[in-house]
Design a protein around this ligand. Structure first.
Ligand SMILES: Cc1ncc(COP(=O)(O)O)c(C=O)c1O
Length: 329
């Protein structure tokens, strides 16, 4: 068993487990696997990018001892950054939208971040959009803006580390990965690496209904809408979303995402967040539609359920958001 110099070195090398009961297994003849990114020390896939973006900024002199780090985040990138900021002696200001669960906001504060809450549902370019606010604060506070949506060191770490990790763990026996896209980093980086290794690998985008990203792959024209799944789907095209890497997009409703999150727990003992549910639901429906047998399809589960105790795992919240409750919990 390895020992590490610091928590930064404990990021990555997350396990892959086989799903044996989840997702209408009777309806397909393929192998469905899940990569448990919630087992990273900060609890999500975002630890990987937080580490790489900070290290690259240190190397090129953008971050100096005592600097202030500023980031617009759905919570998880902020949590990864807060963990590393504490380790390295930086200050963190996290800009989060109102939609982000109270659990994640409290966690960010507990980890020492200053949290700025911004209105949700604002259009890109609006002075109240969380990216505009982050850019403004960067000037006012003379900080370093991480910019996970456009910073190439995000997708790069998934190309350099996450993709090779999947390749080694599966000994090259991988046929498709299914991921969501918040910034697009996971899907673009890991997807590109795996396709270069094995051109037949398919990259599947799991996209919440209400996001515009899936429109790139079919004839629909989505009016950006609200959905409860956090961290994935977009109303703009982030720089780290590399459109050409994706083969197919699968749209998933909130109800399907939440039901899949509950099923992952009930049937597999995997406690995921809402985006994990969305991605697992898409992976299952991809397997059902896939011809042949014995293909290995990997769902990348970005975070765990503890960040959603006051939302999707709270019965009264669910009843308020979904009054015509039909979930099987
Ligand atoms: C909960 C959650 N799931 C998934 C993602 C998507 O990951 P990526 O930014 O690599 O597309 C994010 C990040 O935005 C997230 O916060």
């Amino acid at each position: 068993m390895a020992v590490f110099e610091s928590v930064a070195d404990a990021i990555g090398k997350t396990p892959i487990v086989k799903l044996k009961r989840f997702g209408d297994l009777g309806k397909h003849k393929h192998n469905l696997w899940a990569k448990l990114e919630y087992l990273n020390p900060g609890g999500s896939v975002k630890d990987r990018i937080a580490k790489n973006m900070i290290e690259q900024a240190e190397l090129n002199g953008k971050l100096k001892p005592g600097s202030t780090i500023i980031e617009a985040t759905a919570g998880n990138t902020g949590i990864g950054l807060a963990m590393l900021a504490a380790l390295k002696g930086y200050k963190l200001i996290a800009i989060v939208s109102q939609k982000v669960s109270q659990d994640k906001v409290k966690l960010l504060k507990a980890l020492g971040a200053e949290v700025v809450i911004t209105p949700s549902g604002k259009k890109m370019g609006d002075p109240d959009h969380f990216l505009s606010i982050a850019r403004r604060l960067t000037k006012e506070r003379a900080g370093w803006f991480v910019d996970q949506f456009y910073n190439p060191d995000n997708a790069q770490v998934h190309y350099d580390v996450t993709g090779p990790e999947i390749w080694e763990q599966t000994e090259g026996q991988i046929d498709a990965i299914v991921a969501g896209a918040g910034t697009g980093g996971t899907l673009s980086g890991a997807g590109r690496f795996l396709k270069e290794k094995k051109p037949s690998v398919k990259v599947i985008l799991a996209d919440p209904v209400g996001s515009i990203l899936a429109d790139l792959y079919d004839d629909e024209k989505t009016t950006p809408g609200q959905y409860v799944v956090e961290g994935i789907g977009q109303d703009f095209l982030p720089g780290n979303f590399h459109q050409d890497v994706v083969d197919l997009a699968i749209r998933v409703t909130d109800e399907q995402s939440l039901q899949a999150a509950y099923d992952l727990m009930k049937l597999e003992g995997l406690f995921g967040g809402s985006s994990s549910g969305c991605i697992a639901a898409a992976a299952s429906s991809y397997c059902i539609g896939l011809e042949g047998s014995g293909k290995n399809v990997l769902a990348i589960l970005p975070d765990g359920g503890r960040g959603y105790m006051s939302t999707i795992y709270d019965d009264s919240w669910i009843k308020e958001k979904f009054p015509n409750w039909k979930f099987d919990k």
